[in-house]
Design a protein around this ligand. Structure first.
Ligand code: C2E
Ligand code: CA
Ligand code: CA
Ligand code: CA
Length: 286
């Protein structure tokens, strides 16, 4: 009836209002969280698969979490999309860049004192952050203020971020590259990227998305995709890292393909800075 239709409409708007309110309060909380310094970085080790670097720590990815006073540790999937929608990702992304560089520099000095080589840090860059005109200046400031050599900073971008405005992306990536930072393509294989552009972009590394790694040892299709990415990377003289490696079978398969590096629960989930330092950054003293 007409009556129930109207009720349905009211119900719908009430539900919409609830969701709008929920989002607004999440935005407000995120803003406050940034002021109160409630964000923390976790680090996930990246390890060599082949040759002399096999089983060696070759890098680390910084992954942000929200240490909420009541909710505990909140995963980035819960707040990054909202931060991206409301623009707060610019300030949050800047904090992530600064904190990653600060931590990587501190660890560089600790390892240097023990005669160990430095470990580069990989930082995720969001779509809005990449479109924002201040990105290059933020990178330069984070490096200068921390003292981290640019060679130890890697920026992770997705294919869609780079392809959205490929000509502008190419210019910006060239400038960042000239400043000495390295560039990698995150979640590779899930987006559409033109091979022609891939060749023109000053990219150092492809990160094979974990959806292709998951069934690599059991699905012929996924095995073919992974093999194709590794071979393509090699012919373009790019490094390849496999994401989401959870089993020894996956590790063995990727090593056979000639994949350079891996990252995943098989080695370690992302962990807090103290845990990372004692467990992965400093080798066990016998
Ligand atoms: P991502 O960049 O693809 O990061 C990898 C995600 O896979 C991380 O989730 C990590 O914990 C998870 N992972 C690692 N190894 C395994 C594995 O073996 N198996 C499985 N199932 N998962 C694994 P996390 O930390 O929840 O981050 C999710 C996403 O949030 C990231 O995906 C990235 O897109 C975004 N993100 C995280 N930190 C930041 C940040 O500081 N800035 C921006 N812009 N985005 C971030
Ligand atoms: Ca990433
Ligand atoms: Ca990824
Ligand atoms: Ca992802």
């Amino acid at each position: 009836s007409k009556e129930s239709g109207r009720n349905a409409f009211h119900f719908f708007t009430a539900d919409m209002n609830a969701r709008v309110l929920e989002r607004l309060s999440l935005e407000t909380s995120l803003r406050r969280a940034l002021e109160r310094n409630e964000f923390v970085l976790h680090f996930q080790p990246q390890v060599g698969l082949i040759g002399e670097q096999r089983d060696q720590l070759v890098g680390m990815e910084a992954l942000v979490r929200w240490q909420h006073p009541d909710l505990g540790l909140v995963a980035p999937g819960r707040f990054i999309p909202v931060a991206e929608d409301c623009g707060l990702i610019i300030a949050l992304g800047e904090w992530v860049l600064r904190e990653s560089c600060r931590q990587a520099r501190e660890w560089q000095l600790i390892r240097e004192a023990q005669g160990l080589s430095p470990v580069p840090v990989a930082v995720n860059i969001s779509a809005l952050q990449f479109r924002h005109s201040g990105l290059e200046a933020s990178v330069v400031a984070a490096l200068a203020d921390s003292g981290l050599p640019p060679q130890l900073l890697e920026l992770e971008l997705t294919e869609s971020i780079m392809m959205q405005d490929a000509e502008r992306a190419l210019e910006l990536l060239d400038r960042l590259k000239q400043r000495g930072v390295s560039l990698s393509i995150d979640d590779f294989g899930t987006g559409y990227s033109s091979l022609a552009y891939l060749k023109r972009f000053p990219i150092d590394k492809l990160k094979i998305d974990r959806t292709f790694v998951r069934d690599i040892a059991t699905s012929a299709d996924d095995a073919t995709i992974a093999a194709t990415i590794v071979n393509m990377a090699r012919s373009l003289k790019l490094l390849v890292l496999a994401e989401g490696v959870e089993t020894e079978a996956q590790q063995a398969f990727l090593a056979d393909l000639g994949c350079n590096y891996m990252q995943g629960y098989l080695v370690s989930p992302p962990v807090g800075a103290d845990h990372f330092q004692t467990t992965y950054l400093l080798p066990a003293i016998a």
